[in-house]
Design a protein around this ligand. Structure first.
Ligand SMILES: [Zn+2]
Length: 155
């Protein structure tokens, strides 16, 4: 994996007139020439390894039926990964940063009791779901997440 250069490092390396640089066509990150191996198949532009990993992760979640919304915050690539429970509850998972480890951690920490309590603060939700239905819905949702997590670990 190549290493992203800071402005100071670029200036330092630029003192050597023979030193070339690679630019990632997606995140605009700069690395020393030859560090970026992957190429965008349409435009033949270079892509850094972080952007390649991120694209793989996004494709994985989309294949599993999630909607992925990428966003940048504090110079990090984050994502909202959205899906719906069988009962129709909109479930949004914030991954800060957007990594496989963050998702696995979310699934491990997922607390069905807390999720039920949070949703039952909403009067409309309470009208739509009895407590038993809530429990059944979130248990099923969590089981689905655990299956995705197991697949993700093998990715
Ligand atoms: Zn990049």
């Amino acid at each position: 994996m190549g290493k992203k250069l800071t402005v100071e490092e670029i200036n330092e390396h630029s003192k050597n007139p023979n030193q070339g640089f690679d630019n990632c066509s997606i995140c605009n990150g700069v690395e020393l020439a030859g560090s970026m191996n992957e190429v965008n198949k349409e435009s033949f532009d270079l892509i850094c390894s972080e952007c390649v990993e991120r694209a793989k992760l996004q494709a994985f979640f989309e294949e599993q039926g999630f909607q992925v919304h990428l966003f940048e915050q504090d110079n990090e690539q984050n994502a909202e990964v959205e899906s719906w429970s069988d009962g129709g509850v909109d479930m949004i998972i914030n991954l800060l940063p957007f990594t496989k480890e963050e998702f696995i951690k979310y699934v491990n920490d997922f607390d069905i009791d807390e999720e039920i309590m949070l949703n039952r603060q909403d009067k409309r939700y309470c009208a739509d779901f009895t407590l038993t239905q809530s429990l059944k819905d979130f248990k099923k949702y969590h089981t689905g997440l655990k299956k995705v997590s197991t697949k993700l670990k093998k990715l």
